[in-house]
Design a binder for this molecule. Structure first.
Ligand SMILES: CC(C)(COP(=O)(O)OP(=O)(O)OC[C@H]1O[C@@H](n2cnc3c(N)ncnc32)[C@H](O)[C@@H]1OP(=O)(O)O)[C@@H](O)C(=O)NCCC(=O)NCCS
Length: 166
């Protein structure tokens, strides 16, 4: 993961499916980016699940962002599966460069490949950066879960994006 950051006009960004060895960097980035981060156990059960996948963003070969999703496949006959965006984060020094947007584009592509028509997520009410991202991506608010989050306690805003509509 990045300890210091040099982003130039020549820097190359690659978005790819995560593999097992990436989870050390993903875990470290998670601890850096959240007040109530996922624990190592949470990542272990995420990796063990057969309905999960993750993507990483690499800047000049160094992981600077990730997205973790649950995918409940549809079928070609009934392309009505669902994707749940469980976690997404970008290295603080690499924000507002469009990296989360690129990770979400990857999530949409993977979802469509697996015959999913909706992406769902929940976000802390006060998380203006994430809410700004999701709104700019066409997610709409579908509900709220009172006191869903701890440390600090806060409501979750539920959002959804239909993949057929852009
Ligand atoms: C939310 C987060 C992933 C966004 O990553 P990012 O790479 O900086 O986002 P992008 O550069 O792709 O931003 C795309 C758009 O989202 C919106 N956006 C992103 N950050 C924003 C902010 N701080 N305030 C308002 N809108 C914001 C903007 O519309 C932005 O487009 P613009 O830069 O052209 O204005 C990043 O801030 C982060 O890692 N936060 C901590 C972890 C977190 O909260 N994850 C979400 C959990 S639900």
């Amino acid at each position: 993961m990045m300890s210091s950051l040099t982003v130039t006009a020549m820097s190359e960004l690659v978005i790819r499916k995560a593999c097992d060895v990436d989870f050390g960097d993903i875990y470290a980035l998670e601890q850096k980016c959240f007040a109530d981060p996922w624990s190592a156990n949470m990542f272990d059960s995420f990796k063990r699940s057969n309905v999960t996948e993750a993507a990483v963003a690499e800047l000049d070969g160094t992981i600077c962002g990730f997205a973790c999703i649950y995918v409940f496949d549809g079928t070609p006959e009934c392309p009505c599966g669902d994707t749940e965006l469980a976690d997404i984060a970008v290295e603080p020094g690499c924000r507002r460069m469009g990296i989360a947007k690129k990770l979400l584009e990857h999530v949409y592509v993977r979802s469509k490949e697996r015959f999913c028509s909706n992406v769902f997520l929940e976000v802390r009410e006060s998380n203006t950066a994430a809410r700004g991202l999701y709104e700019s991506e066409g997610f709409c608010v579908t509900g709220r879960r009172k006191n869903y989050y701890a440390s600090p306690r806060e409501d979750a805003v539920l959002m959804k994006k239909e993949l057929t509509a852009k």
